[in-house]
Design a protein around this ligand. Structure first.
Ligand code: SF4
Ligand code: SF4
Ligand code: SF4
Length: 479
């Protein structure tokens, strides 16, 4: 039967995968379905409720999906021709840091490029902007991102790009953003970035003892003190701009969560910034990321407090901003996404529209679906600025679901799977089904966790979290 069972302390449910609907069940029906799913021989008659649901078209035996194909496939060429709105420029491959987990570090990246001194030339940057202009006829908003290596090493190029973009995209809403390690910020750069309203994200992994374990200069010394001084300088000379700063926090879940979180306890006011946590990516080391028990326990507890604070039952100020940020995205994603039944031709949810969402252009003018995939992988390359998009490759990346279609068609997680082409990269220039399938249990675990949260919140009548959060922020009593 194509269902997935869920139980909360109060209720029993099954997710009818074909219809993408949750059905609340009696305990007897739940048990009956559990026995069937476990392959046990069931000698009793199905409960009345099960028979009624079947009559109503629920609880079908087989998946509706006959073929895995992304709905955009036949229009992808047009999408890439007219609907781009964003480009991320790798302005340099050089970096003044040698973070120990860096995907570009020589000892780690078996599948990624290594650190190098290559910079993007003005000719390439200009060609990338022209490429975006030519392929964004239907887009009224344009975003240009600066990425590295360390982009602040290429300030003159960045200024040229900004000046040229302002002329080129006149009439469209134009925004810029930059991801930086922050160590090279100075007064002049801060004031320039403020003037141009560049949305800035600085990397900082936690308090000094955590940050400096991994985030080090080329000579091996920690970067914490330098970065904090730069943030303080920004607060001094550009206080309004500093308030908009985001902190990218790469978390190594081998560490103690409380220790990582201690940076958010008011001492340095980092908690007043927008913290965007992510877990260290070891995929291109050929490894899986493993959490320590102490990290898991404490982060789950903080996650629980974060939910309580959403419900107005706990003071938000006392909850870890890291946990709040994680829960934010988890809750809102489910509540904002419309449910959608499975169609005969369908694709597991998750993958972006390769190239259209966050086109990445490296120093040499090679194009990739985003900055997170391997630049060494032919399978990930979407083409070049000179030759344009390689539509066949783009279609393959978009249709990474088809690679594992037999497993996906029968998978309860079909609508909630977030595995994209990056997770199928063999490192040998091909997409590999076995590599992708090795991430399935992680993907299903994440989906299960989100759906449980959704059910629990539904049970207490929380129907529309973003709206509720707005009311909490405004100080309204919602309980
Ligand atoms: S700052 Fe970024 S690019 Fe530089 S070493 Fe650290 S993680 Fe790598
Ligand atoms: S990580 Fe995957 S889904 Fe996300 S932007 Fe990159 S290619 Fe797309
Ligand atoms: S979890 Fe695995 S089998 Fe399930 S939809 Fe995702 S890729 Fe397919």
């Amino acid at each position: 039967m194509f269902v997935k069972l869920f139980s909360t302390p109060n209720h029993y449910y099954c997710l009818d995968v074909n219809k993408d609907e949750f059905l609340e069940l009696s305990f007897a029906s739940y048990q009956y379905l559990a026995q069937i799913l476990n392959g046990e021989e069931v000698k009793t008659m199905p409960p009345e409720e099960i028979l009624d649901l079947k009559k109503a078209g629920y609880l079908s035996e087989k998946s509706n999906v006959k073929k895995v194909k992304h709905a955009i496939t036949d229009y992808l060429e047009e999408f890439l021709e007219r609907k781009l709105s964003r480009i991320i420029l790798q302005v340099t491959q050089n970096c003044n840091l040698r973070c120990k987990y860096c995907i570009y570090s020589e000892e780690h990246s078996i599948m990624q490029r290594s650190h190098s001194s290559k910079n993007m030339s003005w000719e390439t940057a200009k060609a990338a902007l022209n490429f975006l202009w030519e392929h964004s006829v239907d887009s009224s908003s344009i975003n240009v991102g600066f990425y590295g290596g360390e982009p602040l090493l290429q300030m003159p190029l960045i200024k040229q790009v900004i000046e040229y973009s302002k002329k080129l995209f006149k009439g469209k809403k134009l925004t810029f953003n930059m991801t930086t390690n922050g160590t090279l910020l100075d007064e002049e750069k801060i004031l320039y970035l403020q003037e141009e309203e560049i949305s800035l994200m600085i990397s900082l992994d936690g308090p000094k003892e955590i940050n400096d374990m991994n985030r080090v200069f080329v000579n091996g010394t920690g970067t914490y003190d330098t970065v904090m001084k730069k943030i303080e300088l920004m607060r001094e000379i550009a206080p309004e701009y500093a308030k908009k700063l985001s902190i990218s926090m790469v978390i190594d879940p081998q560490n103690d969560f409380d220790c990582i979180n201690s940076i958010c306890l008011g001492k340095n006011d980092v908690d007043k910034l927008n913290i965007l946590p992510s877990i260290v990516d070891k995929g291109y080391d050929g490894e899986k990321t493993v959490s320590s028990d102490i990290y898991r326990w404490k982060s789950r507890y903080e996650g629980f407090l974060a939910i309580l604070s959403y419900l107005g039952r706990y003071e938000k100020e006392k909850v870890s901003p890291i946990a709040l940020a994680s829960i934010n995205s988890e809750i809102e994603r489910r509540f904002e996404v419309e449910t959608s039944r499975l169609f005969e031709v369908d694709t597991p949810s998750g993958p972006c529209i390769a190239g259209q969402m966050r086109l990445f252009c490296n120093v040499e003018g090679l194009l990739f679906p985003c900055e997170r995939v391997s630049e060494n992988s032919k399978a990930m390359c979407l083409g070049t600025l000179d030759s344009g998009f390689n539509i066949d490759n783009a279609k393959q990346l978009l249709n990474v679901g088809a690679l594992t279609s037999d497993a996906c068609k029968e998978c309860w997680c079909f609508r909630y799977c977030m595995l994209c082409c990056k997770k199928a990269d063999s490192g040998q220039g091909t997409l590999d089904a076995a590599v992708k399938l090795s991430y399935c249990s992680e993907s299903k675990g994440n989906a299960y966790h989100k759906l449980m949260l959704y059910l629990l919140l539904k049970e207490i009548n929380v129907d529309y979290l973003p709206q509720m959060r707005y009311r909490v922020q405004k100080g309204e009593d919602i309980v």
